[in-house]
Design a binder for this molecule. Structure first.
Ligand SMILES: Cc1ncc(C[n+]2csc(CCOP(=O)(O)OP(=O)(O)O)c2C)c(N)n1
Ligand SMILES: [Mg+2]
Length: 636
């Protein structure tokens, strides 16, 4: 201890600390925080806002608004606090969780706007640091503007909403509390098993209070992101189970990609012939045209992945949290003898489905598995079946891509045109609506970072801010944001941020006049699409009247984007070329036929249907539901 101190406000100490944090994995170091998104109000303008000004990163920040590598912490102005968190999460995911952004907000609505973004980050296990302002710790003269006054007492503020959606939550009531809390916050952010949203609520008076902070707090710090090795006995048990397998299947989740384990996976697959199916977060683990690549699994899976899943006797889940979409609500693994081996850095996931748990980093574990399996190979017929499924599925995808539907194109053709326009390293982004399912089935992924569908929270509105974060993380890739009309209406405003930062996105806005995906779900559960079309209210009170005079192309243009409107696939292909050549954000507006569904692939998904009803279609749907539920089973 030098014993030296520096007199700084709590906010200044916080910002200087964040500017000095780094992460390291495999010998590569990077800054942990690329910058700080913020919207100022009375709860942060004179505290964190003043500090960000004082420590503003110098320099232009490089091409496409890339985060500055210089000292200080760069401030990024945003338009909606939820959007800031999505941008931070998109950035973190693209950087394999090794770097992220901080987000500063005022108190009250600025803070509560963080909640949905925080939940999305936490569900997807993505690190984001949230710094909402909070009410005066001094409690002189309450209530301050936007103070909640909870019956739970003055300790409870609007920021307590962030507790259940944060992996670490603290309120800094005195400036000297900051150092200890910061170290905890960094530990959680950089721990692959614990990571998610981290919230430090900052009372507005405490942000501005001076304290003699020890100089050591501000030294350059490197947080080593671990690659936990498997316990030898656990690995041995997993190997024994696999060696006995006759129909093994590997399910690759997001952990494969975050751990940069795709080469290790490829080596294991080539050595053993084990077929691989992919979750949403794991899509891209193998290139789509590898003979062992079965593509998407589960409710939105390919025929091959789901057929082999039904027969599999040993399922190796790697880096997956086993969501209901992956398991088709516990119906897709239908072999009564099926057993699971789960490789996961998080014990909570490793133990799911009563698996043989291998708590470890995906890359280390896949390498160790390969070595321990020696010359073991999956049955030749099983391996050939996977290759056959791969070829058949790609032919089916090709037919969807070139369906020639008219007069309006089908969504599958739009996806085909975007896939053709995208280079192998480019990124497709989506989150909610009917497109995630279609992308999961149809997108030909050629790069581990090429498929970015947020399907942990499937949060309408993630697409544009998420795309912004991705482009900030990977300025050398084109980012194709695919977004439905309703998701666009939910959160378009970070288009303004993309324009302001000169960050180029290609947004493909698919207009089908409503919540088409939920419309299909409503029809499938007997309610005929009730309340899901964007129409005027008609004489019967239903939303079945005239189309609405809503012009989303004009809306996007009004936010500063270049807009190209197209009505046919040929025009779409031309527009995508123009968009590629452009150096500014382009929104390609395309109307599709909502009745032209992708009918290939898929499996059941558990959505409960009314047990009693006056409606015959609902009663019929309930009967079907009860039949489907028979296929659901616990994995014990
Ligand atoms: C914030 C949020 N609210 C509600 C939902 C439920 N939801 C899932 S998809 C969907 C409709 C999305 O409509 P759109 O973006 O136009 O895509 P489409 O279904 O028409 O393809 C809704 C309401 C959600 N996922 N996220
Ligand atoms: Mg829609």
């Amino acid at each position: 201890m030098s014993g030296r101190t520096r007199r700084l406000t709590m906010a200044q100490a916080l910002v200087e600390f964040l500017a000095n944090q780094h992460s390291e994995r495999d010998g590569r170091e990077q800054r942990l925080f690329a910058g700080c998104f913020g919207i100022f109000g009375h709860g942060n303008v004179a505290g964190v806002g003043q500090a960000l000004q004082q420590y503003a990163a110098g320099g232009s920040g490089g091409a496409q608004g890339a985060p500055s590598e210089g000292r200080g912490l760069r401030y990024y102005q945003a338009r909606n606090e939820q959007g800031m968190v999505h941008a931070a999460a998109g950035y973190a995911r693209q950087r394999n969780r090794l770097a992220t952004f901080a987000c500063t907000t005022s108190i009250g609505p600025g803070a509560t706007n963080l909640v949905t973004g925080a939940a999305t980050a936490t569900i997807n296990r993505l690190p984001v640091l949230l710094l909402p302002g909070d009410v005066f710790a001094s409690r002189v003269g309450p209530p301050v503007l936007q103070q909640l006054e909870s019956p739970g007492g003055p300790e409870v503020t609007a920021n307590d909403c962030l507790r259940p959606v944060s992996r670490y939550w603290d309120r800094i009531n005195r400036p000297e509390q900051l150092p200890g809390s910061l170290l905890e916050a960094m530990r959680v952010l950089t721990d692959p098993a614990e990571t998610g949203a981290v919230t430090l609520a900052l009372p507005q008076d405490v942000q501005t209070e001076a304290f003699d902070y020890p100089e050591e707090l501000f030294r350059r710090r490197v947080w080593h992101v671990p690659r936990p090795v498997p316990e030898p006995a656990a690995l041995a048990r997993a190997v024994e189970v696999l060696r006995a397998a006759r129909r093994p299947l590997l399910v690759a989740g997001g952990g494969v990609i975050y751990a940069e384990a795709t080469d290790a996976l490829l080596a294991l697959v080539e050595a053993t012939g084990i077929p691989v199916a992919e979750t949403y977060a794991g899509k891209g683990s193998l290139p789509y045209d590898h003979p062992s690549a079965l593509g998407a699994i589960g409710a939105t899976g390919t025929d091959g992945a789901n057929a082999m899943a039904r027969e599999a006797d040993v399922v190796v889940g790697v880096g997956t949290r086993w969501s209901d979409f992956t398991t088709a609500s516990h119906s897709v693994f239908a072999n009564p003898e099926v057993r699971f081996v789960n490789v996961n850095v998080a014990p909570v996931d490793a133990f799911k489905h009563a698996a043989h748990p291998v708590v470890a980093d995906a890359r280390v574990a896949l390498e160790a598995l390969g070595e321990a399996l020696g010359g073991w190979r999956a049955d030749d017929g099983w391996r050939r079946a996977a290759a056959e499924h791969n070829r058949a599925w790609d032919a089916a995808v090709e037919r969807v891509y070139r369906a020639g539907h008219g007069p309006l194109p089908s969504q599958g053709e739009v996806i085909g045109a975007v896939n053709d326009a995208a280079g192998p390293r480019d990124v497709v982004v989506c989150a909610a609506g009917s497109m995630p399912a279609d992308l999961h089935k149809l997108w030909r992924t050629r790069d581990p970072k090429g498929f970015h569908v947020e399907y942990g929270n499937s949060c309408m509105g993630y697409e544009i801010p998420g795309g912004l974060g991705i482009k900030l993380a990977a300025p050398d890739r084109e980012v194709f944001v695919m977004i439905g009309d309703a998701s666009y209406l939910m959160l378009p405003q970070e288009l303004v941020t993309a324009v302001a930062e000169r960050v180029k996105l290609i947004v493909v806005l698919v207009q089908n006049h409503g919540y088409a995906s939920i419309g299909s779900l409503s029809a499938a559960t007997g309610s005929g699409g009730f309340g899901t079309r964007f129409r005027h209210r008609d004489a019967d009170g239903a939303f079945e009247g005239d189309p609405l005079p809503v012009d989303l192309a004009a809306n996007a243009a009004s936010l500063g984007a270049r807009v190209l409107s197209v009505r046919a696939v040929g025009e779409l292909r031309d527009a995508l070329k123009t968009a590629r050549d452009s150096d500014q954000t382009v929104v390609v507006h395309v109307e599709t036929d909502p009745a032209a569904y992708v009918t290939i692939g898929g499996a059941w998904w558990d959505v409960a249907v009314a047990e009693v009803s006056t409606s015959e279609p609902v009663r019929a749907a309930r009967a079907g539901y009860e039949r489907n539920r028979q296929t659901q089973r616990p994995y014990l």
